[in-house]
Structure formats: C-alpha cells, structure tokens
Design a protein around this ligand. Structure first.
Ligand code: C2E
Ligand code: CA
Ligand code: CA
Length: 762
C-alpha cells in the first residue's frame, strides 16, 4: 500500500534529519536524544524492510531486530528521563541493565531459530506480499515484563518530577509525558487491531522527534525566555519597551516604581526621561548609550541609558528597548568627592592645587588676554588666632572667601593658597588698585571691633612669562607683599626687578649666614643704659654682622630675613652665648656689677625651651643670672599669655631680670599690665618720635609711667636723642634711659674703656 511506503520513507527521513541536527549540538542530553533516535530509526527500518519483504525468514529477522530495538529504545528513554529529571543512577545499575538488555536481545535473535518467544502468523496479503504478525509464546512475556517495567519507571519518574517541580519546569516534563503516552496509545491500538504493519512504529518515530524537539529546542528556548523575563523583571536598572505607537508594552519592576506606573503600564504625567524615550522612539534616533541630564523638580538627575531599536524579520521598525540607570547618587557622590578634593573646606574657594591648575588652564585658554596674579596676606594673622581665638580667625578667612566669590566673575579664578593667603588670577584690564585697597580694608577688622584694625597686604605680579608655574607667580606676588610688610602706609605692592633683587639678596644672606659663625663675623655692640644719676650699670647687646664683602651690617638688614626663614633662633642663641662669655670675662676681671641685656625674638619661644637655655647658660659660664637681663617683646608675650606668664615667673624665680621690650608698640592695652609681672618696662621709642600728636604722646607716656610706678615696675625709655627728652622724662619719673643722646651702640672694647675702666682690675 502506497501510504505505508510513503509514511515509512518520510519517518526515516525525518528521523535521520533529527539525528543529523542533533549531531551538531552538544551536551549530555544530546547524546541521549541521539541514542533514542538511533534505536528508533533501527526499529523503523526493521519494520520497513519487514513491510517490503513477503519472505517469512526476512520478516522473522526484522521482527527480532524490532523487539531488540524497542528494548534499547526503552532503556535509552528511561536514561534520558532520568538525566532530564536530574536523577543520578549508579554505574553498576547501568551495567546490570545493559546485561539484561543484551540477554533480551539474544533471546529475541535466537527466536529466529528456536521460535521460543513468538511464532509468525500470516494475517493477510498486501500488494501480493504476505503480511505477518507475531503470536507471543511463553518466553515473550519476559520481554513484555521488561518493557513494561521500563515504561513504568519512565512514567513514575515523570509524574514524581512533575509534582515536585516549580511552574516553568512542569511543562517540560508534561511534554515528554504526552509523547510517551501517545506511543502507548498507538501500541495498544495496534495490538487490538492485530495489524500486519506495526503502526506503533510511527509512534516511536514521532516520540523520538518529539523528544528531540522538546528537549533540544522548545524547552531550552522557553526556559531561556522565562529566565530572561525573570532577570529583566528583577533587575535594578529600569527596562522599558515601547511599541511603534509609543505605547509601553513592558516596564520592569524598577521602571514601574520609578515612573509610578499602574498595572496596565499606563504612565501618567510627564516625566522628562519618559518623554525622551518616546522622542527617541518616534524619531528613531541612533542606537547607543546615552548619558543625559534632566531637570526634575529643581533637581538635576543624571541618567545613563542604553537604547535599542527593534525590527522584525523583514527589517521593519517595531519599537525600542531602553535600559535606564539613574546615576544621580553616584554622580553626586563623585561631584562631592571632586569638590572636596579641589576646594578648601573652610572658605569654599579652590584649594591651592586646584587654583594652580585652573589658573594655568585659563592662561592657556586665553593666550591674547593679559593677566595679573594677585595674592593677599593678612599681617600677623597668627596673632588674630592667638588673641581672639581660632573661630574669629576662621570667620575672617570665610569673609575673605565670600568677598572673592561676590566680586569676582568667571573670567577670574581664585583660591586659598594656605593659612591666611589667597590668590587671584584676573584679566589686567579689569584691575583697579583702589578696589584692592578698599576691599581688604572693608574686611580687615574683627567682629566690628574698630580698635583692632588688621592690615591685609596685596601683592601683584603681572604675568609676563606664561610658562612660569603658577606657584612661582604666587611667590613673586608674595615677594611684593614681603617688601611692604610692616609698612602701614602701603597696602598694595607690585612685583618688579627691585623686589626680585631684594629676594636674591635675601638668598645670598641666607647662604652667607652659616659662614658668619665660622668666620666669627657676628659681634655684639653694647649700648649703655643710664640711670637718673647719670651712672651706667649695664648695656643692651645689639648684634652686628661684620660681613667680609658688605662691611658692617645693622640688624635691620638681616634680622627680618632670618625671622622669615626660621634662622633667627640660631643667631639669638649665638648672641646670648657671646653676652654670657663677656659677663664671665668681666667676672674673672673682678666686675660682677655690670649687666648685659639681650633680646629674645618671638620665634624663639616656638623653637626652643627658653628657660632651659638661659639656666643652662648661666650654669655653663657660672655667672649671676641677675647680670643677664632678658628683653621679651610685648607682642611675644601676648601671643600665648598664660604660657608666657608662667615662663616669666619661672625665669624671675631663677633670678633673671625680665624686661618687657617695645612696650606700647603692639596690641598692648594698659589693662594687660596688671596681669604681667616683669621687672622692667621698656618703652618703645615711637613715643618719642616727632609727630602731630606730640602732646598726646606725652600724656600717654606720663600715664604709663605713673601706672608702672604704682605697680612697682621701673621704666626704661629707649631712643632718647635730646636733652629736652631727658628733662621731660626725668620730670615724669622715668628711671633709666638708652639712646643716641648718651651713646650709640659701640664695640665692647670701647664700652669697657669708657664705662668700666674703674670697675675692672686691669
Ligand atoms: P631694639 O631692641 O629696640 O634695640 C634698640 C634699637 O634702637 C637698636 O637698633 C639701637 O641701635 C637703636 N637705637 C638706640 N638708641 C637710639 C636712638 O636714640 N635713636 C634711634 N633712632 N635708634 C636708637 P639696632 O641695633 O639696629 O637694632 C634694631 C633691632 O634689632 C633691635 O631693636 C632689636 O629688636 C633687634 N636686635 C638687635 N640685636 C638683636 C639680637 O641680638 N637678637 C635679636 N633677636 N634682635 C636683635
Ligand atoms: Ca631690645
Ligand atoms: Ca626696643
């Protein structure tokens, strides 16, 4: 019958194709599926040959091959199901099963000779060929039992798995189950109809193909789809799919929450991101990764999105997929970090490094514009902190930062260079000196206390050499500032060659400094101090540098340089030692009455233990501490009042005479006097300077002297130059004098000659 012939051919072709396609895939399941298909193919071919041949022997051989094939088919099917369900089988069980299978096969093949399992019975004639069916005898039941056992195991495993598995997996077992049931249905049908052609064979074939399709193609694909959907749904990024009409056909959980979408993905309101997606979709913009910033309720949101247009197989546009990340938190954190890295936390302006970078960038970007680099420096800012507290100091710096922010525009760049120093790079054409005189003056007072005016100096460097590093430009502006420091008339200074030369000279001085000790170039000069009776009992030691090249140098030429560069303490120590040596020499010469008064720089208090130094010195030279007077400047005392009071107390207890030098020159208030216990008050020579307010100066002097009398502190006046001054000072009760009127500072030998002749036993 032609239909059978065609069906066999089609089934063989289909199965062979499946085997071929399966062959190209990989994995353990694929091997099992291949085995099933091969066994199935064997069965089909055996049946086809049986169908074509009318010969009883050929039919008998084919029938036995068919039964043998079915046995293996069932074994493989069970193996497949176990593997598919993830059930492991011990190796020896597999081995025994194979032995059983082989015995069954042998028995079936032996049937050709012995007919112990079945006999053939002719059931009809088709196209002139005899058709046979088998009639089972005793041994056939063994084969049947084996097959049913295998079927039973297959079905039970599947049912068990189906009951235990979660949703998406259940369908895959159900499918296999369906295929197997179908084969049994056909088998039952064939047995019932007692047909010459075994139609259940087609069932095996269809089962094999079905298994191939479901396990290799359908289930993995379905599984993949579902998995992807799960992944997409739970992803932290937002996923939105818009169709051709801009209708949202999918939005994952994150997206639904972000855009407050309802169940049917209807989006209410106008979210800028969503608007943008619709825009992308309708304009069919280019695929890609976009970084976008949206304004949303006064906030800027930073969005990172991947946009893909979708097409059908014919290349027609079907919509777009968007994967959207809200990066606002990360961007804000990055910006915050960046801000912290580049800004000064106190004032909110650029820090030094950022200022250098930005300034260099501006110079590079505007090669035709002329620029000035302006630096500011608060005079004695450390004192502000020490006297008024760090909070006040900080407020002052914040105010400067605020003023800079208010007055500068985006063509300028400004920053805090450190401590109390600020830098500003600005176009030359916008510069106005008055602004830099008045601006700082507005800021330079503390909490509105007019009584403590501060000076903010401004140094200006014109950027001539653009290649110069910004820090070097700042140094130059700072040099300009240094050149006017202490000058209360000038507030703004411009860097020029003179300043540069000054700086070079300073460097030379510093270089020469070390040699000055070795070459013994530093000397002390003595300036006598005279009491009201005209007697000289001692002198102030004033340093002189007898420079090999420059000749005699006064302290004003080098002390400020050393103070600035932290070298002053070394010099002071040396001078103190010279003074002590001199006192020792006088002592050895029998003069123990004459004193020498030495200067202590404010810096010394930071760099050494003053108490230890002086007690050490008097011990080393074995001299009377009363002969070593210590001049501490008023400003040095005030910087750290409690500590200095303690130190002064200790020094006085160790019998040193402590003088307050330059009294009246700094921040002193008369009030302070009641707290400070010193032995002598040395009044600043500025009181004697000729000025419009001479009368007032006299009144102040008189008051101070009266007060110090009451506090039992003798007063010495320095810088006395005229007889008139002597008379006035004597009149108001001044105890001692020092000044050119009596004598200029002189070499020690000369001092000895004039004042100590009688005292020294020569
Ligand atoms: P000072 O301690 O106030 O010393 C007094 C200064 O006034 C000395 O200047 C002295 O020569 C000068 N002088 C004295 N009488 C008169 C006068 O009648 N009229 C005028 N116009 N000036 C007078 P010198 O020697 O140039 O010292 C200047 C400053 O240098 C000193 O001021 C002191 O602060 C500092 N100095 C000097 N030697 C040393 C030292 O060994 N160590 C430290 N740390 N500073 C020193
Ligand atoms: Ca002095
Ligand atoms: Ca003085």
């Amino acid at each position: 019958m032609i239909w059978y012939d065609v069906s066999f051919k089609m089934v063989i072709f289909a199965m062979a194709s499946c085997i071929y396609m399966c062959h190209k895939q990989s994995g353990r399941i694929r091997n099992m599926v291949m085995q099933i298909l091969t066994a199935g193919l064997l069965v089909v071919i055996a049946n086809y040959v049986r169908f074509l041949s009318g010969d009883e022997l050929v039919v008998s051989v084919c029938m036995s091959l068919n039964f043998a094939g079915v046995t293996w088919l069932m074994f493989f099917l069970l193996g497949f199901i176990l593997l598919f369900c993830g059930i492991k089988v011990r190796k020896d069980v597999i081995r025994y099963s194979m032995v059983v299978g082989a015995i069954d096969n042998l028995s079936m093949l032996a049937n050709i000779f012995f007919n112990h399992a079945y006999t053939l019975e002719e059931v009809g004639v088709l196209d002139g060929r005899s058709m046979y069916d088998y009639v089972p005898t005793v041994f056939f039941w063994i084969h049947y039992v084996l097959i049913f056992l295998l079927v039973f195991l297959c079905i039970n495993t599947l049912i068990y798995k189906m009951l235990k598995s979660p949703g998406p997996y259940r369908s895959k077992y159900l499918m296999i189950m369906g295929v197997i049931s179908f084969v049994f249905l056909l088998n039952a049908l064939k047995m019932y109809l007692h047909m010459g052609v075994d139609i259940s064979v087609f069932g095996y074939a269809i089962a094999g193909i079905g298994i191939y399709y479901s396990s290799m193609i359908f289930i993995p694909q379905q599984f993949l789809d579902r998995s992807l959907q799960f992944v997409g749904e739970d992803m932290l990024d937002m996923i939105i799919i818009l169709d051709l009409e801009n209708i949202c056909i999918y939005a994952n959980k994150t997206a639904r929450k972000y855009f407050c979408m309802n169940e049917v993905l209807k989006f209410y309101g106008k979210h800028p991101i969503y608007q943008w997606c619709m825009d992308f979709n309708s304009k069919q913009l280019d695929d890609g990764v976009y970084t976008k910033h949206f304004k949303c309720e006064d906030k800027t949101i930073h969005i990172h999105m991947q946009c893909h247009k979708q097409y059908d197989k014919k290349g027609r546009f079907t919509g777009s997929v968007f994967v959207i990340k809200d990066k606002t938190i990360e961007v804000e954190e990055y910006q915050r970090q960046k801000y912290l890295e580049t800004h000064d936390p106190l004032t909110g302006v650029y820090n030094k490094e950022a200022f250098y970078l930005r300034a260099a960038q501006i110079l590079q970007d505007n090669p035709d514009e002329e620029y000035l680099l302006v630096c500011s420096d608060i005079h004695k800012f450390k004192l502000v902190n020490d006297i008024f507290g760090t909070d006040t100091g900080n407020k002052m710096l914040q105010t400067i930062g605020k003023v800079l922010k208010e007055r500068c525009d985006d063509r300028d760049v400004y920053g805090r260079l450190g401590n109390d120093r600020f830098g500003l790079l600005m176009p030359k054409k916008r510069y106005d000196e008055n602004v830099f005189i008045e601006g700082p003056a507005d800021v330079a007072h503390i909490d509105g206390r007019e009584s403590y005016p501060l000076t903010i100096y401004v140094g200006v460097y014109e950027v001539v050499d653009r290649e110069m590093p910004i820090y070097a430009m700042c140094d130059r502006a700072q040099m300009a500032i240094d050149s006017i420091k202490g000058d209360f008339e000038k507030r703004v200074a411009y860097y020029d060659d003179k300043i540069r030369e000054g700086a070079v000279k300073e460097q030379e001085l510093i270089a020469d400094f070390a040699h000055a000790f070795e070459k013994d170039e530093l000397k002390i000069y003595l300036q006598p101090q005279i009491n009201t009776k005209g007697e000289v009992n001692g002198a102030e030691a004033l340093v002189r540098w007898i420079h090999t090249k420059k000749g005699l140098m006064l302290p004003g030429e080098f002390i400020p340089v050393f103070e600035k560069n932290g070298l002053i303490s070394r010099l002071d120590k040396y001078v103190w030692e010279l003074a002590c040596k001199q006192l020792r020499k006088w002592k050895d010469e029998g003069n123990e009455d004459t004193y020498i008064s030495v200067n202590i720089s404010p810096e010394d208090f930071y760099f050494m233990n003053i108490y230890k130094e002086f007690t050490g010195l008097v011990k080393k030279y074995d001299i009377n501490p009363r002969n070593l007077k210590l001049e501490i400047t008023e400003s040095a005392i005030i910087v750290n009042l409690p500590r200095q009071l303690e130190l002064i107390k200790m020094l006085r207890e160790a019998s040193f005479i402590v003088e307050m030098d330059d009294f009246g020159s700094g921040y002193s208030s008369l009030n302070m006097l009641k707290e400070i216990q010193v032995d002598v008050l040395k009044l600043d020579m500025a009181f004697l300077k000729r000025s419009d307010n001479e009368e007032r100066s006299k009144i102040i002097l008189q008051t101070i002297i009266e007060m110090s009398k009451q506090l039992e502190m003798p007063v010495i006046m320095e810088g006395v130059e005229t007889q008139e001054q002597v008379d006035f000072l004597t009149g108001i009760g001044c105890d001692m004098f020092q000044g050119f009127f009596f004598a200029r500072p002189m070499e020690i030998e000369r001092f000895e000659e004039i004042y100590l002749k009688d005292k020294l036993k020569k």
